[in-house]
Design a protein around this ligand. Structure first.
Ligand code: PBG
Length: 323
């Protein structure tokens, strides 16, 4: 009888490192950035300790710091000065996000700039699209606005577009418009399985995008559904998505794993604001060792099968493990 002892391979740091199965790579991490048009809105976000809202200039400076740390990519969210029912500042060629894309690409041509594409930061009611007379979000009218905005982002020089609105058919509409305007090389990362989640709470403070009435349950997914997530992902791939995303991260690791097992396209996961804030709050209370909890969180996404990890911890992680 052999005596099998798994503990033999855990005895020293060296052997543990040799048999380690998964690694978090800096090149997989994407740092989200909030960019405000109005300078008075810049500054710390109280519910997300360590995260700030930047002016365009401030964002360029922050990108230089991130880039020097070895972070290769950022995901931009614009917070405009003016909001209206038609989200018009979202497709203004001189809007805050378009300005930010141009400024960051000019300063750091090889930083990979991804733009989140949604209407909720740009509408006065905070919904992700056009609200009709019954209070419903009109799918096709909302998609038409997203398409307009996507073209302005592409003209500004964005590297990748990430629609986060959960309207039906938007990937196909954006893909064909990008192609028609000469942007056939601009990839789409679709927020494919985006759940109606309580964990977006701090983001809505940061992006000033809390719906003024109702909620997002008629367009974002219902938390108990996993098969439906696969259907959403298959549709987005068919419509031309280059990368599919699962969001939030930690409460949906099973969905990340299912995505990995069912599809061959790259999988992204979004470690959202609430996941960040929970951990930070526990660390602030002395209840968790932050460094270890962050490392364990990020490697869980790799283990589940994610290729790209969008996380507010990216900068901190790079400060500890980077170049
Ligand atoms: C925009 C959008 C949201 C997030 C990313 N894009 C908010 C929402 O859908 O309410 C959430 C990100 C986070 O919580 O970190 N639609």
């Amino acid at each position: 009888m052999t005596s099998i002892r798994p503990r033999r391979l855990r005895r020293t740091p060296v052997i543990r490192a040799m048999v380690r199965e998964h690694h978090v790579r800096l090149e997989s991490l994407v740092q989200p950035l909030f960019i405000v048009e109005n300078e008075a809105d810049a500054g710390a976000i109280s519910s997300m300790p360590g995260i700030s809202r930047f002016t365009v200039e401030g964002a360029v400076a922050e990108c230089c710091v991130l880039h020097a740390l070895g972070i290769r990519s950022v995901l931009l969210f614009g917070i405009p000065e003016n909001k209206d029912a038609l989200a018009s500042s979202n497709y203004d060629p001189n809007g805050v996000i378009q300005q930010a894309i141009r400024a960051i690409k000019a300063a750091l041509p090889d930083l990979y700039v991804i733009a989140d594409l949604c209407n909720c930061e740009y509408t006065d009611h905070g919904h992700c699209g056009i609200v009709d007379e019954h209070g419903d979000v009109d799918n096709d009218k909302s998609v038409a606005l997203l398409v307009r905005a996507a073209i302005t982002y592409a003209h500004a020089g964005v590297d990748m577009i990430a629609p986060s609105d959960m309207m039906d058919g938007r990937v196909e509409a954006i893909r064909s418009a990008l192609d028609a305007h000469g942007f056939s090389n601009t990839p789409i990362m679709a927020y494919s399985a985006k759940y109606a989640s309580a964990f977006y709470g701090p983001f809505r403070e940061a992006a000033d995008s809390t719906p003024q009435f109702g909620d997002r349950r008629t367009y974002q997914m219902d938390a108990p559904n996993a098969r439906e997530a696969l259907r959403e992902m298959a549709l987005d791939i068919e419509e031309g998505a280059d990368v599919i995303m699962v969001k939030p991260g930690l409460p949906y690791l099973d969905v990340v794993r299912a995505a990995r097992e069912n599809f061959d396209v790259p999988i992204a996961v979004y470690n959202v604001s609430g996941e960040y804030s929970m951990l930070k709050a526990a660390v602030a209370n002395g209840w968790l060792d932050g460094d270890r909890a962050i490392d364990e969180t990020l490697v869980s996404f790799v283990r589940a099968g994610a290729d790209i990890i969008i996380t507010y911890f990216a900068k901190e992680y790079a400060q500890r493990h980077g170049a």
